[in-house]
Ligand binder design. Structure first.
Ligand code: HPA
Length: 283
């Protein structure tokens, strides 16, 4: 937003650039719950603690590591966020989205953003992967609220193609070729930290949502603001509240994320291979 924010993003990106040597990441990865380990598989990698990066917000959630890892996977040079911060931790949407701005400032023209989410489609079993086609923002703060800095992007960004249709077609074809089942749908961002009430889940279903979670939208917004393309993928870790009548727990979320991890990582790897091969028009 303000000029200060631009300077903070620049300072963070300058610091990372100094540490990453000759690496030139073209793809940014924001790894959701249970997926952070993917960054450990990057080759020829350098890892930088968030604590060392100027102005970077820090995550306190158990299981979120808090490192930026820059390295190669399947031929694609990536900058991966191992852990992210959430609104419910007390951060503003602008702070939550700050790292995504840094990834784009580092040269990432595509961001792959993943998360764990509750399924609003009653028939989707836990473990289902969902490509995000679009989102509904129910967060009570916005990453672009306040003065606009034109160096980032326009005051009123278009969100018609917030999740790049060309890349979505590529991801669907890639999943199919790899024999990985992939649904597609609308992600609804809720502020948390409570899981939704059954009445809220009914509301989100009526609104046209297919999955709901507590992240992703601020990062998607700033990526679009800065002209980067976005791929969003949710791991449906549980049926949303009230669908089965069973209580929801964070343990269930992490157990499902763990169970699906290998498949999710394979999909990410295949997608990165396609991005590096330039099989999609970018820009
Ligand atoms: N609701 C919101 N966020 C979530 C859920 C859910 O059911 N599961 C995982 N993250």
């Amino acid at each position: 937003m303000s000029a200060d924010q631009f300077e903070r993003v620049t300072a963070a990106a300058d610091y990372v650039r100094e540490r990453m040597g000759a690496r030139r990441p073209k793809t940014g990865l924001i790894l959701g719950s249970g997926l952070g380990g993917f960054a450990d598989g990057l080759e020829d990698a350098v890892a930088i603690d968030y604590a060392d990066i100027p102005h970077f917000p820090r995550s306190a959630v158990h299981g979120h590591k808090g490192r930026l890892v820059i390295g190669t996977r399947n031929g694609a040079m990536c900058v991966a966020m191992q852990g992210r911060v959430h609104l419910y931790e007390g951060h503003t949407a602008q702070a939550v989205a700050f790292p995504a701005r840094v990834l784009v400032a580092l040269g990432a023209s595509t961001l792959i953003i993943t998360n764990a989410a509750g399924g609003l489609q009653a028939s989707w079993e836990p473990g289902t992967l969902m490509l995000i086609r679009d989102h509904i923002d129910m967060l009570r703060d916005h990453a672009l609220r306040g003065p606009n800095d034109e160096r980032f992007g326009p005051r009123f960004p278009d969100m018609t193609r917030a999740y790049c249709p060309t890349l979505r077609a590529m991801v669907k074809a890639t999943a199919q070729a790899a024999g990985i089942a992939l649904q597609e749908g609308v992600y609804v961002a809720m502020p948390g930290p409570c899981y939704e009430t059954p009445a809220e889940v009914k509301m989100l279903q009526v609104l046209g949502g297919d999955a709901t979670g507590m992240s992703t939208v601020p990062e998607v917004v700033v990526a679009n603001h800065m002209g980067a393309k976005v791929i969003g993928i949710s791991c449906i870790t549980n049926k949303a509240a009230g669908i089965t009548g069973e209580a929801l727990s964070h343990d269930e979320v992490t157990e499902t994320a763990d169970r699906v991890r290998a498949t999710f990582e394979r999909l990410l790897s295949e997608i990165l291979g396609k991005l590096s091969a330039g099989e999609n028009p970018r820009g």
